[in-house]
Design a protein around this ligand. Structure first.
Ligand code: 3PG
Length: 370
């Protein structure tokens, strides 16, 4: 099946384009603290403006209480956009009627309407009335069976956006990687990472498990992990512990900054990062690999424990491997270190990247395939 991409000769002048973006960026004290996803979709918006489309942006942000207004204000740093505090009512409809060619408006957070997450047909029909064409430029939420992702493409002529297409093309290369393949899995939530680890065990030469995910493995292996973040039930990890391709950290950093071997952690302590010896071992593993996939950080970088992940990213940036990176927190560090251009591909997807690599498609891709 081939992805339905934007045809070169698509007539856009004066036509209303409903474009699904993922503007779900972290905001602290009213300020956008990571704009990686925003910057990646600007070329698509510029293309639509240049070709005279009337661009209606739809997106979600966090929970239904959250507004897209601060994101709309932030977007104005890059491109002129207007914000409409309505999703599918008369305010939205009247605003769209008054749009000039080449202008952009952003409607309010889709998740304010129940129909979005419930995949409601009536909701999708209301949105479809606003446009002549639909574009999905939100790969990072295309693992969700939400109305704006899976129903709108059935109601309008629909295309995959430039970034969406780039994500699918790049991540498809991971499915058949250059060997040897090294996977580095961090972050938390083992239930979302386990399917990927299992699927890639046969094709990977090594899988390094770090971050909070490693705490769960260490716990299952009988180590004391004190107050560290870990899964309650770790039984499912037991078979992986016996697999010689799976590697765990040998040393860790605890909250007071002390470096400890993994058998030295006390009941009162909390693991916050991987230690220097583990990073050294990882550096050797990277030296032997041709492809590296990274998903999730090695430490709690939000609390200031980003040293392990930063060292890892710097090593990867200097390596000759094909490096594919995903996951919001890891990508935030890539942006902070300004290393985006050093890797084969930095995905805007976290959960979507994991699901794509496991299932080799996503609900949002299926509906855009010919
Ligand atoms: C993300 O941040 O990963 C995407 O925006 C999807 O968000 P969700 O996990 O709330 O669906």
């Amino acid at each position: 099946m081939k992805l339905s991409t934007i045809p070169k000769n698509l007539k856009l002048k004066g036509r209303r384009v409903l474009i699904r973006l993922d503007l779900n960026e972290p905001i602290e004290n009213g300020k956008v603290v990571n704009d990686f996803r925003i910057r990646r979709i600007i070329p698509t918006l510029q293309f639509l403006v240049k070709n005279g489309a009337k661009i209606v942006v739809i997106s979600h942000r966090g929970e239904k209480e959250d507004s897209l207004k601060p994101i709309a204000l932030y977007l104005n740093k890059f491109i002129k956009v207007g914000f409409v505090p309505d999703v599918c009512g008369s305010v939205a409809s009247d605003s769209i009627k008054m749009m000039a060619d080449g202008s952009i408006i952003i409607l309010e957070n889709l998740r304010k309407e129940k129909g979005e997450e419930k995949n409601g047909l009536n909701f999708a029909k209301k949105l479809a009335k606003f446009a002549d064409i639909y574009i999905n430029e939100a790969f990072s939420v295309s693992h969700r069976k939400h109305a704006s992702i899976v129903l709108l493409p059935k109601l309008l002529p629909s295309y995959a956006g430039f970034l969406f297409t780039e994500e699918v093309t790049a991540l498809s290369r991971v499915i058949k990687p250059k060997q040897p393949l090294l996977m580095i899995m961090g972050g938390a939530k083992s239930e979302t990472k386990l399917p990927l680890i299992k699927k890639y065990l046969p094709k990977a030469s090594s899988i390094f498990v770090g971050g909070a995910l490693a705490n769960s493995f260490l716990k299952e292996d009988g180590y004391e992990i004190g107050k560290s973040l870990a899964d309650k039930n770790t039984k499912a990890l037991s078979p992986l512990l016996k697999n010689k391709k799976v590697f765990l950290p040998v040393d860790v950093v605890v909250r007071n900054g002390e470096v400890k071997w993994i058998d030295e952690v006390l009941k009162s302590e909390c693991i916050v990062d991987n230690g220097p010896e583990s990073i050294f071992i990882l550096e050797n593993m990277i030296g032997k690999a041709k492809t590296v996939i990274v998903n999730g950080p090695l430490g709690i970088y939000q609390d200031g424990f980003g040293v392990g992940t930063e060292k890892l990213l710097k090593i990867l940036a200097k390596s000759n491997c094909d490096v594919f990176i995903g996951g919001g927190d890891t990508v935030a560090l890539v942006s902070k270190l300004k290393l985006e251009k050093k890797f084969s591909f930095v995905s805007t997807g976290g959960g979507a990247m994991l699901d794509f690599l496991v299932n080799e498609t996503l609900p949002g891709i299926k509906v855009l395939s010919r």
